[in-house]
Design a binder for this molecule. Structure first.
Ligand SMILES: [Cu+2]
Length: 176
């Protein structure tokens, strides 16, 4: 009987560990640029920077650009300079797609700039800049921990929530 309990506990522990591992491996996020509006000449110039501002992009994520097939747009990967100036004819611009749906996979850290080179769309705000990895530019004012803030309660807080959960469960399983 004791042996059976032991086996069951082993399987449960194994299952939990596998679950945590899988969860970590498939944490890639698919972002639809502009959500419901898609990739268009937006209603205001800051639309896409606002859209990107609360996202935490990371390697493995995907940006999906899509637009109404009756409208003409494209996705061009450009330099920061072109992003700022909207030089739609710059020779360095790489047109990635002219069909109305395009997936861009984020494969490395860095800053990436996209515009639409059709007509005056970029000047009207159809441009996107994203940053992947460490936020090196600009200090996140207001987010800096105050010197009086207490240290994290335990080392468990540094682990992903599901992993902490699994470890706690495994701990209690020992006493069943
Ligand atoms: Cu466009």
């Amino acid at each position: 009987m004791d042996h059976l309990m032991r086996t069951i506990k082993c399987f449960l522990a194994l299952f939990l560990i596998l679950q945590v591992t899988t969860e970590t491996a498939v944490s890639a996020t698919v972002y639809t640029v502009g959500e419901n509006l898609g990739w268009i000449a937006p209603p205001n110039h800051t639309f896409y920077s606002q859209w990107a501002s609360n996202k935490n992009f990371s390697v493995g994520d995907t940006l999906v650009f899509h637009w109404n097939p009756n409208h003409t747009h494209n996705v061009a990967k450009v330099s920061e300079q072109v992003y700022n100036s909207c030089s739609t004819s710059a020779s360095s611009n790489q047109i990635l797609a002219s069909a109305p749906s395009y997936d861009y996979n984020l494969v490395e850290n860095g800053s990436f700039y996209f515009i639409c080179t059709v007509a005056d769309h970029c000047a009207r705000g159809q441009k996107l800049s994203i940053k992947i990895g460490e936020q090196s530019g600009g200090s996140p004012t207001g987010l800096a921990p105050s010197p009086n803030s207490p240290a994290p309660p335990s080392s468990l807080s540094a682990l992903p929530p599901s992993l902490s959960y699994a470890l706690i469960l495994i701990y209690f399983l020992r006493y069943i």
